[in-house]
Design a binder for this molecule. Structure first.
Ligand code: HMG
Ligand code: MG
Length: 311
């Protein structure tokens, strides 16, 4: 298999944790509902490729996201995977109850930096949605679960346009103060550019949010996800969300396309000599297999290049 030459950059972290979101962010956005057995096999194959944080599903209202309505059936099919963290999304107490009943150990609440998306995604105002998360985070921590706080629309919003950095920083602070162990900065519609990313991260660092608590979650609508990731690594971020094969999107934000493809990220990290423990060949084979299940090719450039048969 072709691999990039390794040329290290001393200014970058030496190890990155990939938070794989293909099974959740990817499959929540598919027009067709993927059979539960295929989802379970997908997660097993992601784990076999070396991914150690694999977001499995969401315990949201099944009418809101029918694609993930099988969470109760899926989670027991994957929960015994060794040395793999399997976070799930929980919006409210009901979601947390469902997750706890199945032995989930990592959960994520998902807030919005804008009023419009809070309403579209959670049927609540921004403050009401944070109030909904508070008891969830408190109870999850009391149960010693790891809690991630997603924050969507950190760079731009389809209804409100560009989102001021200070507005985002204020809500990141509220999620951290609420007790979230980490906050993932979502570029839900993929409009961020590297300077904007560094400006937000610099503001957060200035305001005392430690960079080890921050993850980045870039959708690739305008082809900026990898450049934005590198910009984040330059400021010390070591948690990067990505989606095998570039699956993804958000059913409640029309302009959201797939996430940064995990394979594209791995190609860059491999070239920079940054360790992830993930096998690019096995992961590419998984994305090719998943693309066959979905009936269309993966949008990942790396998957496409590596799976192209030599004449
Ligand atoms: P609501 O309609 O306001 O719910 O939805 P409610 O609190 O009024 O409750 C109404 C009924 O739903 C009640 O049943 C509840 O029990 C039930 P009833 O008493 O009428 O029989 N219910 C539930 N049932 C099962 N599981 C639950 C649940 N909650 C309530 N968890 C709600 C509010 C938050 C539930 C809804 O808006 C929802 O499920 N939203 C989820 C949206 C979603 O999943 N979006 C995609 C994930 S976010 C994303 O993709 C962005 C991200 O990738 C980062 C980025 O890219 O930016 C993370
Ligand atoms: Mg997303």
């Amino acid at each position: 298999m072709t691999l990039p030459m390794t040329v290290m950059d001393e200014g970058l972290p030496t190890r990155i944790r990939i938070h794989e979101v293909g099974a959740r962010d990817g499959l929540q956005n598919e027009a067709t509902i993927v059979p539960t057995e295929i989802k379970a096999e997908f997660i097993h194959r992601l784990a076999a490729a070396g991914l150690t944080t694999i977001e499995a599903t969401s315990f949201v209202h099944p009418k809101w996201v029918p694609q993930l309505a099988d969470a109760e059936r899926l989670f027991p099919m994957v929960r015994d995977l060794e040395s793999v963290r399997l976070p799930v999304l929980v919006p409210n107490d009901r979601g947390l109850d469902r997750a706890l009943a199945l032995g989930v150990r990592q959960v994520a609440v998902f807030a919005s930096a804008t009023e419009s998306f809070a309403k579209a995604n959670l049927n609540r105002s921004l403050d009401e949605s944070l109030a909904m998360f508070e008891p969830v985070v408190e109870r999850a921590r009391a149960e010693r679960l790891h809690v991630r706080g997603y924050l969507s629309m950190c760079f731009g919003d389809p209804w409100e346009g560009p989102v001021p950095v200070d507005q985002v920083a204020r809500i990141v602070r509220r999620l951290v103060d609420m007790g979230c162990d980490e906050v993932s900065l979502g570029d839900t519609i993929g409009v961020a550019t590297p300077g904007h990313v560094q400006s937000l991260l610099a503001t957060l660092i200035e305001e005392g949010v430690h960079v080890s608590k921050v993850g980045v979650h870039f959708h690739d609508t305008y082809g900026q996800a990898l450049a934005n990731t590198l910009a984040a690594l330059q400021l010390g971020v070591t948690t990067v969300d990505a989606s095998a094969g570039g699956l993804g999107g958000c059913p409640f934000a029309k302009s959201a396309t797939g996430n940064l493809a995990t394979e594209d990220l791995l190609w860059m990290l491999q070239g920079l000599g940054i360790d992830t423990g993930v096998d690019l060949g096995l992961l590419t084979a998984t994305s090719v297999w998943m693309a066959e299940q979905l009936g269309r090719p993966s949008p990942s450039r790396t998957v496409s290049a590596l799976s192209h048969k030599e004449p």
